[in-house]
Every structure is written in structure tokens, then in C-alpha cells.
Design a protein around this ligand. Sequence first.
Ligand SMILES: [Zn+2]
Length: 278
Amino acid sequence: MIFKLQQVFHSIIKSLEVLYVIEGIKPCARIMVFENETEKAVDFLKQNKIESSISNFKVMKQNLQSEFYSDKSVKIPKDSKQKGYFFIYLSKDKDTAEKAKTSEENNKHKELGLLLGYPKCCCEFFEKNFDESNTDLTLKTLENSNGYEFPFYSNIAARHFDIALLSHFPCKFNCNESIKIAKNNLKIINKYSPQIAAMFSGILQGIVVYTIEEGVFLLRKYEKINDEIIYGDVLTTSKSKLYYLLSSNRELKIADKNTFAVNDVKIEGQKYGAMVFS
Ligand SMILES: [Zn+2]
């Protein structure tokens, strides 16, 4: 089933969103579909008894961090000659899909989040912190969190590599309601593909170095002894200077969530986040 979904929706994250709605663990989902492929997507959803509504605008993705995932996009009119993506809102209930569509049109972030099944605390967090110039709230989530060690279920940084168990920004990395959703999602993935479930759990457990301008890094196969971490390979969204620093050294010292050192080069500030997900 996941393979079939991927043939229509391409990314694993998008395919899983559709699967959660089919399985009835998510009331409604919102996915971006390239305009030439919306008909194919809607047909597929119909065959699986899923209702859908299509946004009355298009968006162009701005690929700041990755080829898989974009937090930022620019609205363009739906009949614009420029090619773009539509949002498809899908649900077993036509009314819910329609409501999601109109909430987005009216910029009602909290209402949209609640329709998509996100926890109230996280919807309020999003509404409070989101604006057009601040679309990636990952470091805000970190700011709201205590310490830098968190359960892997809420590792949303891996979305840049098409891997995630959550499709919202949690209000904090140990938000209980979010972790509950992520655990449930992992159960469903495991039901259809134990291999994908194992791969997800493996990649989500790692060290994350998160920056807005210099890329997102997953440091894998790590060993942590007190505040010293030794790691194996580095997944990156950007071949920046920081990437070369991280990949040519295999040792990281985390002092706190915004302060770390790679081979004695100290990096600190609100623009940098270091987290351990286990
Ligand atoms: Zn929350």
C-alpha cells in the first residue's frame, strides 16, 4: 500500500499522510500536489473513499532547506501560467475537507490545525509564532523545550530528509499529545511495512544540528558519553562551511541547546540548535 501511495504522491511523508486518513487515525490532511498531478491524486483518493477539496490558489515552493520539504511557499493565482502546486485537503468527511480549505483561505491557522487533528497546545503555539518571515518554527520549538535531549518521536528535523512521524511543529519536543500522535503513526507504518518503521526509528534517533541559514544536519551512529558525542556519518541539506566542519570531525560537545563545540570550534546563539533524539 505504501508503495502504491508513493507512485501517486512521491514523497514518503505525503504518502503516509494519506495513509493516516485512510486508516482513520487522522481526521483530515493537507498535502501539496503538483498541478499536473492533481487529477491523478483526486482519482486515487476517490477510489479509496476519501473526499477531497482543492485550494483555490496555487503555491510555488521556495526550497530553502531541501528538495523534499519546504516550509515556505509563495501564493500565486490558480489560473497563473506559472506552474505550481495545489493544496489538497483530504478527509473521509467532505465537510471537514471543505472547512480545512476555507480556514486556510482565511488564514485561520489555529482552526486549520485543529481540523488536521493537531493538539490544541501546538495549534496555539503555531498561531502565536508563525508569520510569513518566520515559517520554520523548529528553533522556536527548541526554545520552548527544556534541555536538549528528547524522545525520537518528536524529531521533526528529519522531515528535510522525507522522514517524520509528525506533520506539525510541536509546542515543545516533549509535548505529550504530539508524542502520542507520533507513536500511533509509527504503529500504522509498522502494520504496513515493518521495514519502513524500522528505518524511520533508526534515522530519527540521532543528533540534530539545526540552523536556519547553514543547513540541517543529522549526525548518525552516535555514542554519547556525558556531554561528549562521537558520531559516524552526517546527513545534510546543505554543503555549507558548517557541514565540512561537522563531517571532517567526528566529535561534538554540547553545552546547552544553543551552544556546542566541534573540535574546539565553539558555535553558539539562537540561530543554532543542538538536540539529541533517542
Ligand atoms: Zn503541544
